[in-house]
Design a protein around this ligand. Sequence first.
Ligand code: LLP
Length: 430
Amino acid sequence: MNYFHYRDGRLYCEDVSVADLADRYGTPLYVYSETAIAGNLGALERAFAEVDPLVCYSVKANSNLGILRSMAARGSGFDVVSGGGLYRVGLAGGSAGRTVFAGVGKTDHEIAEGLTAGVLMFNVESEAELEAIARVAATLDKVAPVALRVNPDVDPKTHRYISTGKKESKFGMDIERALAAARRIVTIKSLSMIGLHMHIGSQITTVEPYAGAVAKGVELVNELRAMGHPIAWYNMGGGFGINYKGREAKDVSEFARVIVPGVKSLGCRLALEPGRSIVGNAGVLVSRVIYTKESGEKRFVIQDAAMNDLIRPSLYESFHKIWPVTPPSGVPTEPVDFESEIPGTSHWDVVGPVCESGDFLAKDRSLPRLDRGDLLATFSAGAYGMVMASNYNTRPRAAEILVEGSRARVVRRRETLADLVQPELEALQS
Ligand code: LLP
């Protein structure tokens, strides 16, 4: 179900007009659909129901407190990769006991925070980290629940920057090292190995990499149990791809089809760490055209969202659909199939005001004629959008709106210039 749709020629998020939101709250503006987010969470829980799943929403994808609060109220678990993520989960009323603490560089301080909060488990990425967790847990007189993050050496066939399951990646341990580490842990009293963790990459659109990973994981869990480890959790990480361009994504039930049987055969509970598949298509970035210009053979639309608001196109050359919030007559009222020519359009580079050639949201994109003041929607911007935003060029970050039905709430006000300079002014004044 798409909660962003055109009604009478105008874009709506659920029952709220996006143009009205832009007029009221300004641009650039992130707009999210709470019903879409809840629906995606529910779809995952249903697809994996046979293995009693704990969906640990990956906070890094969109860590807005309004969204986290909504997820917590729906019983979601969380996946955090920093003390900061754990802090947010606490503020949002999330349960630490349903939170997994991942990340390749946890500090002693963060480990202590996780232990004190009582996280469900730490996903451990190296022998050195295991030692640190064991030491910190012993000092606090606690037993740390851990899952080894194993690198199954499968190719997820995604962008190289978001591929993590190959053995040359910085993440996890290869199977041989994991086994050696597991042999040592048996004797360490402050550690209890209760799970196995894998995360092979992000925006994965085929099921084979998961099938390959689970096959290796099942074998490994059996070996770990034979050593005496009480493995109760199989954590398959996240990575389920979404539709950015057309219909490239798989339904989560197809991933379930290859993941569930292996996990079930082990009698483990399944943990998942989806981020993008929960929030990605539940958000758009709304911007307003400042100028249009032509230079050489090219046409540019300069609008007020830039690489500092959404860096994915600049960083990964990723494709986001872009279409007017109120399309002019003569063009489709949906951003249709971008593979073919769209009637009534010409090619534009959609760029922002930042002083970098890499500052673009789209290149050579079919768009209808645009004028100063027109609104554009950049779709599929709910994941890795606002969380990767910066203040480059001294640009205050966008406001965020969470919509449910006909209700729209500001869940982050627009930053002011005063917000930006405050830490520096404080330092200068002291
Ligand atoms: N678990 C672990 C250990 C991860 O590293 C990640 C994402 C996730 C779960 C959530 O993955 P998801 O379900 O969202 O694919 N900034 C990039 C994506 C980076 C992903 C980092 N890790 C992008 O904009 O495409």
